[in-house]
Design a protein. Sequence first.
Length: 496
Amino acid sequence: MHLQKKEIRIYVLIAAALAAAIFCFAKYVKLLPDWIIWKEKTIVCSQVEMPLLEEVSSMPADDPGDIPDEIVLKNRRLTVRKNDEKIWESPEGIKVSDFIWADIDRDEQCELLLLCWKIGRFGTHRPFWVREDEKEWSEHIFIYDWEEGQIKEKWMASDIGMDALSWSYDSVNKLLIRETNGRVTRWDYAAFGLSFVGECTEAKEITFLVTGDNLIHDSIIREADRKHNGDFSYLYEGAATEIKKADVAVLCQETVFVKDSREYSDYPFFGTPLGVGEAAVNAGFDLAAAATNHVLDKGMEGIDTTAAFFWQKNVPCLGIQDSSHQEYDPCYVLEKEGIRIAFLNYTFSTNGTPMPEAYPYAVHTLTDEEQVKKDIREAKKNSDFTLVIVHWGEEYREEIDTFQKKWTEIFAEENVDLVIGNHPHVLQKRGRVRRKDGQEMYVYYSLGNFVAAQREEVCQMGGLAEFSVRKSDRGACAAELSLRPVSNFMKAEILP
């Protein structure tokens, strides 16, 4: 009996200890609010950071310099990697909900910003008059510099004094923080750290994807017939997720469509089956840019067939006008989420094929500089953001040429927001330049091929331009620009 009472006391003590442990654990967990959004994401730093140029005349190098390879946020812990090695990890006891990699202090080098939680209200150091920090979780913003191949502390904020649910950064709005109560505040970096600018409305946003050239060689047509029963859907399977995810996906259609299979043809005068267009539309493309050097390969019949196909599928076709449109109409304005995007699409050449005399506006070209400037000015009057898709440059050359430099200067002078180039069939550098109004213009000089059967090694790698257009009370701007590599031989296969 005595033994039983002793055992009972032991069991009671064990139960009490377990209850205390459970209580402490529950209290510990409860202190982290359930409204926190714990992000998991990876960024490749070289795909996001682009050097800022003060002068348009000197083009940016595509060398990302000494920066990390990638930053990974997983399970509330952030890791910085370089050369396949982990070189930094967020400190123990810090739980990271989100991060930003951006030039917050405008020194032309990116900083690492963490939105994070830790025990205690203060940052790295407590004020001297505080003897002991608090024991509950609080939300902080930590900013780190990247210097000499290392992550170094730059600004470690005490409790930010608000419930920050999410944040975003771009060159116009700077740092926007959205609180749980819906309040949005704007912050900028001053010499002493982040500084409150004021309340604002939350920015609206549209995500975009733009491809390199959709260049349909004869071997691609034979492959579809031989292995896919004439179905070209296989061309876009590798990029299906990215295409569907974008609010607006733009296909740069290099070759014109033909109805008669006897007109299917390869270089130098391409004729592409309508089945390619069907596959592209089914893949989820929302717009097509068709002003290329091959757009007159089948004369007005090719333009009529191509334009009619896309428009009948409710896919606006940029850069060309079929024979039913007699007046010059270079601009298409897309309105989505209250943001108006003006699209202009031009080609530098039609390979010597003259414009049909009866249809002088069949192809939008760069031959008349003053007309292009006028087009841009009119487009800007009726839109929030201006995007120019341009066919330019020298084939198979990875360096940009004088023609591209000249037109980059013209576009910057006219305050274009974003330029996306194609035609060289190879990836070229990208960057941002200073516009006439002091803002920035982003340029992808060439995205290479999206779909093609060119066997030259330099032509095997293309890219998808991915970005957002964000509009707030300060206007619209491009944000979160990146370049997703794609392998373009026979099918658009997203690389790991």
